[in-house]
Design a protein around this ligand. Structure first.
Ligand code: SOE
Length: 392
């Protein structure tokens, strides 16, 4: 269909720093590489600082900026609101947007507590009755190698899942002089490594296996409890002066659990794994084979097929850059890999496709709530001598 004939989808975004920039890139790029059923209009970005948000609008490609996100709710030219703010504001913005009849894409984790996540699911259910949709941004689901892993599990290529082993390793807090920022403040972020990055691996392992965690036991640790107050901070780095303040979240989380199909699962999320910048490592062992993935080599999926003769059996390194792989055809010739930002673009592609078709996009707010329940259970377990917490 010619672009001019397509119905338009007006987008408003709230927040404009690291995640806002990643989402803006996706809204800009998706219509240029994919044949979207709706024409995307990047109408307006909202943020607290007038100068900051105006500069961001200019840099990131938004037509307008505002310091009052509530104005987005009453604009007829805004159909979807993309929430890229710290977790403590997700529930307020998403519920107001859904009640105002706007579709919502909300960054992960869905909320800072189970109670907030439940309110958001209730708002999403009310909205769904009017054809209004809500999606949570567990972006890594849209990495082509992750899509292939899920497909192989669904096709029975690794048989019955026995072990799920997942780590999300970063090192940006290893240096104690890295200053305080909102991600280290429980009131704003809800939790630390657990919610920020552990949430991703909980979601990914549930997505790949098609199973849910039925119970967990865990521990949390805060290695550096006092840090400099930031004088400037951007992305995941910054600098501070001599004034210090408390860190109120976990630096690292380790937990184990059981999947609904009976598999044993272990998880680690940390910002102290020196040398690991954004290592999302997932290995799944089944009765008929195994899969292994590392985001630091994100265009590759390792696959072991136990049916192969012992002399030649071994992990196969599948380079997931063929046009047959999900999303790849829209990009480059085989072997010309993708990066971090592409999964955000795929997220927009799938959201716009679902909205045009009148379908529920995934992951839904209910999926976000399921992850939130796991995070909450790990926190309760950690504060009660690693007690087993049932999730059934
Ligand atoms: C920071 O740890 C962070 O930006 C996460 O918040 C994102 O979800 C992840 O994509 C990269 O790391």
């Amino acid at each position: 269909m010619a672009a001019a004939d397509r119905a338009r989808l007006g987008v408003g975004m709230v927040g404009y720093s690291f995640m806002g920039a990643a989402h803006s890139q996706a809204w800009r790029t998706a219509p240029r590489f994919f044949d979207l059923p709706l024409a995307v209009d990047m109408r307006v970005v909202a943020g607290r600082s007038a100068d900051g948000v105006a500069a961001a609008a200019d840099r990131l490609g938004w037509q307008e900026s505002t310091t009052d996100w509530r104005t987005l709710l009453t604009r007829d030219d805004v159909d979807v609101i993309d929430v890229c703010t710290p977790g403590n504001t997700h529930a307020e913005i998403a519920v107001a947007a859904l009640d105002a009849g706007k579709h919502v894409l909300c960054e992960k984790p869905l909320a800072n507590s189970v109670a907030e996540a439940e309110q958001m699911v209730a708002a999403a259910d009310r909205a769904a009755a009017r054809g209004v949709r809500a999606m949570v941004g567990f972006t890594y689901r849209r990495v082509p190698a992750i899509q292939l892993a899920r497909q192989l599990v669904a096709d029975g290529r690794i048989g019955q899942v026995r072990h799920v082993r997942a780590q999300y390793l970063q090192d940006w807090l290893s240096d104690p002089s890295t200053p305080l920022n909102w991600r280290l403040d429980k009131d704003k972020a809800g939790s630390g490594a657990l919610g920020d990055i552990g949430a991703h691996v909980v979601d990914l392992t549930q997505f790949i296996t098609g199973e849910r965690l039925t119970g967990v036991s865990g521990m949390l640790e805060t290695f550096v409890r006092e840090r400099p107050v930031a004088t400037e901070f951007s992305g995941l780095s910054g600098s501070g002066g001599t004034e210090t303040g408390p860190v109120s979240v976990d630096d690292a989380a380790v937990f184990f659990g059981r999947m609904s199909g009976g598999a044993l699962a272990s998880y680690e999320a940390t910002r102290y794994a020196q040398g690991r910048k954004n290592a999302i490592r997932i290995e799944i062992n089944g009765s008929a084979g195994s899969l292994a993935f590392d985001f630091e080599d994100m265009n590759v999926l390792h696959f072991f097929d136990a049916a192969e003769p012992a002399e030649t059996a071994g992990f196969r390194r599948i380079v997931v850059t063929e046009p047959e792989h999900r999303y790849i055809e829209a990009w480059w010739p085989a072997g010309h890999g993708l990066g971090y930002e592409h999964a955000f673009t795929h997220q927009v592609v799938d959201l716009v496709g679902a909205l045009a078709a009148g379908d529920q996009p995934t992951p839904s707010f209910a999926d976000g709530l399921a992850v939130q329940r796991v995070l909450d259970a790990v926190e309760r377990s950690a504060s009660d001598k690693h007690r087993w917490i049932d999730l059934t």
